[in-house]
Design a protein. Structure first.
Length: 274
């Protein structure tokens, strides 16, 4: 479905996430002429995308002709306070403000926006770069069903979208899916290291670890099966997998360890939120 807007889409911040979103929107048929990018210096790979699409990136927005339909905030959280006041003055009565900046609460954004502005706070993750991300969103009281549908379209261009009604759960989503890719990459690292410790050559151990994690993830994606079902499908009674899972699923094993890790990440997310 082509993304249709009744005004410009302003992308503030053309880093990795902003660039991934822009790539997804263009692929979904959003005309490049509808996009205005504010960024003083996009990285070379994102600049190449802008150049191919004929989109200029400027440190300050020029005359848009009308208030933006969407203001998407993809700037680094630490510079949000510096850039948001000027951007907030561009917001019109119908503008949807959609933030993908980590650690910035809805209240911290609303301070710089006109009263009754529709604001959505979201937490995407890095697999958005390959169209396989997942983003969790929370809306303020001024977000309409049409705004939600538009968010689903914009964020759905790079993966799945989910919603929570309690903003406090964004910290949990950050810990599970926002930080989650790092846990999976660590698993690939640990598998390779375990293979080396057991006698494999480092290059082969790396290939085995990477391919196993990537392949298992793709199987999970394509099959639609519950992960527990897929785990049981691999596990023969008294076999090699069962021997390994007896260690990983012990009372002090992988499950409890990951629960503590997610709790630590969620706690840190709350500490960092403004």
């Amino acid at each position: 479905m082509t993304i249709e807007l009744d005004g410009p889409l302003v992308l503030a911040g053309a880093g990795k996430m902003g660039g991934a979103l822009l790539t997804g929107w263009l692929a979904e048929g959003l005309p490049a002429s509808r996009v205005a990018v504010q960024d003083p210096g996009p990285p070379p790979d994102i600049q190449a995308i802008l150049d191919r699409a004929g989109i200029r990136s400027t440190p300050e927005l020029g005359d848009l002709g009308q208030p933006p339909a969407v203001l998407l905030l993809a700037v680094k959280p630490q510079i949000m306070e510096a850039v948001l006041p000027a951007l907030g003055r561009r917001v019109g009565p119908g503008t949807l403000v959609l933030s993908v900046a980590a650690g910035r609460t809805i209240a911290s954004l609303e301070r710089h926006l006109p009263p009754a502005t529709a604001v959505v706070r979201s937490i995407p993750n890095t697999p958005a770069a390959v169209g396989r991300g997942i983003t969790v969103c929370v809306a303020n009281a001024h977000v309409s069903p049409a705004h939600r549908a538009l968010c689903d379209q914009l964020l759905g261009a790079v993966g799945q979208v989910g919603w929570v009604e309690d903003e406090g759960l964004i910290d949990v989503a950050t810990a599970v899916s926002g930080s989650g890719p790092a846990y999976v990459f660590l698993l690939a690292e640990a598998l390779a290291a375990a293979g080396v410790a057991a006698g494999l050559a480092p290059d082969l151990a790396r290939r085995l670890g990477d391919a196993t994690v990537a392949g298992a993830g793709e199987l999970l994606h394509r099959s639609g099966e519950d992960p527990a079902v897929l785990r049981r499908n691999v596990t023969s009674p008294n076999g090699t997998t069962a021997a390994a899972l007896a260690v990983l699923m012990a009372d002090d094993g992988f499950g409890p360890l990951l629960t503590r890790a997610v709790a630590a990440a969620a706690r840190r997310s709350r500490e960092l939120s403004a």
